[in-house]
Ligand binder design. Structure first.
Ligand SMILES: C[S@@+](CC[C@H](N)C(=O)[O-])C[C@H]1O[C@@H](n2cnc3c(N)ncnc32)[C@H](O)[C@@H]1O
Ligand code: SF4
Ligand code: SF4
Length: 427
């Protein structure tokens, strides 16, 4: 089915099934016409003859098949249930974890890796609440696999327990370190600092400047106005990638809603970040959200990342192992009974085939998404886990729907303009 979206005289004819689209400029009113007929297109555009060959390409295109998410190759270890910070927005409380220091033994880590590793490239993420509260067991695990170059280790940390010695040890084991930080001022980081005495912002900035760690930021009312300045800071410090994730209120803490920025403000901010990220038609700063969307829109590389899809990679290419070896599809739903996949003593088949609620999120079952012409690029408006945890409905609508709709059209427009073609069709 072909859908026409006309906005500000930019016209997009989109094949909803395959994600192929044609863009051109033609002065007309804004409108969306789903399942548009050829007759109607000819009536609306007197220049039809000029683009009819391109339109044929869009009409006759084939779907891109998803194979990437079917291979289980990403393991998240809930290395520690303890944290030395008390970020105001932390979803980890949603998982009803006990607050006592509860560390995963390296034996469990090794048992989990051995179980799922298949002598092919395999990614292991030390996660948790704060994984560095369990540094010794992490190092024992890294030591165990030091001669295996196919297992790639990543550490997601608040950064406060890092020092030069630990960093040098982790680097010796080729561990990629991602640090969470919400910006470059204390005000940006107010929800992370949350009354603590740690000189958080300066400490993390020094680490980023010295070691070029990939920053993970949560976007909310206290940092979105500075996002251009923050992005500039990253680019000037030769950081070529970052993740700007959006704040999600949690079931326990719905009051976080007041710190969520409106879709309109988010759109106006992220489009500036998009413009800064591209120079001479090349991405010089790969903010993950925008870069993924850009890939999906331009190359129809639709299934290239486990998150931000519905169904997502949780329980398919990604598994999360909780403290004592309980397996869940994703860290977002650790310790939830209706998402329990089994234990490390169960067979891989049992674990992968068990039906759990998170795996049921499906773009075709999300009420508004199934009628949305941009669903192939958006895939449901963000993390399935956050949406399920907030709404209690695995096919619930995203808080950020309107943002995704507008940024996708904006990126399409920018791709069209960069192509310098009169009629542009994506790959
Ligand atoms: C739960 S933490 C665990 C790892 C480590 N302690 C850290 O802070 O990076 C993982 C990530 O989730 C993010 N996060 C926590 N609560 C969130 C929320 N309500 N909405 C969006 N992201 C959130 C944090 O900012 C952090 O980047
Ligand atoms: S540092 Fe990470 S785990 Fe700890 S409270 Fe903050 S977001 Fe949660
Ligand atoms: S979240 Fe909104 S923009 Fe995304 S597919 Fe669903 S309806 Fe469309």
């Amino acid at each position: 089915m072909i859908t026409l979206i006309s906005k500000d005289n930019y016209n997009f004819l989109i094949n909803e099934k395959t994600g192929k689209w044609l863009a051109f400029l033609y002065k007309k009113e804004d409108e969306v016409i789903r399942n548009i007929t050829n007759k109607r297109i000819k009536e609306l555009f007197t220049n039809y003859e000029e683009f009819k060959e391109e339109l044929k390409v869009v009409k006759n295109s084939e779907e891109v098949k998803n194979t990437k998410l079917n291979k289980m190759n990403y393991l998240v270890l809930h290395s520690s249930d303890a944290c030395n910070m008390h970020c105001k927005y932390c979803y980890a409380d949603d998982n009803l974890c006990d607050q006592e220091s509860n560390l995963m033994d390296s034996k469990v880590m090794i048992q989990a890796i051995n179980k799922f590793y298949k002598d092919e490239d395999f990614f292991v993420l030390f996660h948790g609440r704060e994984p560095l509260t369990n540094y010794e067991n992490i190092i024992k695990t890294l030591e165990h696999y030091k001669n295996n170059s196919k297992i790639h280790f990543i550490l997601q940390t608040n950064g406060t327990l890092l020092d030069d010695e630990k960093i040098s040890t982790l680097k010796r084991y080729n561990t990629i370190i991602n640090v969470s930080v919400d910006g470059i001022t204390d005000n940006n980081n107010i929800f992370r600092i949350n009354g603590s005495k740690i000189d958080y912002t300066n400490r993390i900035k020094k680490l980023i400047e010295k070691y070029k760690f990939g920053p993970i930021m949560i976007i909310h009312k206290k940092n979105y106005k500075d996002l251009v300045k923050i992005t500039d800071y990253f680019i000037n410090n030769n950081i070529c990638g970052a993740s700007y994730n959006f704040l999600w209120p949690t079931k326990e803490n719905k009051s976080l809603n007041k710190y969520v920025i409106s879709c309109e403000d988010l759109f106006n901010t992220m489009k500036k970040v998009f413009d800064m990220s591209i120079k001479d038609n090349k991405f010089i700063f790969k903010e993950r959200e925008l870069y993924l969307l850009y890939g999906r829109i331009l190359k129809r590389d639709i299934y290239n990342y486990m998150c931000n899809s519905a169904p997502c990679g949780a329980g398919r290419n990604c598994l999360s192992v909780y403290k004592d070896g309980q397996v869940y599809p994703c860290t977002m739903v650790n310790a939830q009974r209706d998402n329990y996949l089994g234990s490390l003593n169960d067979s891989i088949e049992e674990i992968m085939n068990r039906k759990v609620v998170l795996k049921e999120r499906d773009i075709k079952k999300i009420k508004d998404c199934k009628m949305c012409p941009l669903r192939l690029y958006c895939k449901g408006g963000g993390c399935s886990g956050f949406i399920y945890n907030l709404t209690g409905d695995v096919n619930g609508k995203s808080l950020y729907c309107e943002y995704y709709y507008n940024i996708i059209l904006y990126i399409m427009k920018k791709i069209y303009l960069m192509s310098e073609k009169k009629y542009f069709v994506n790959y």
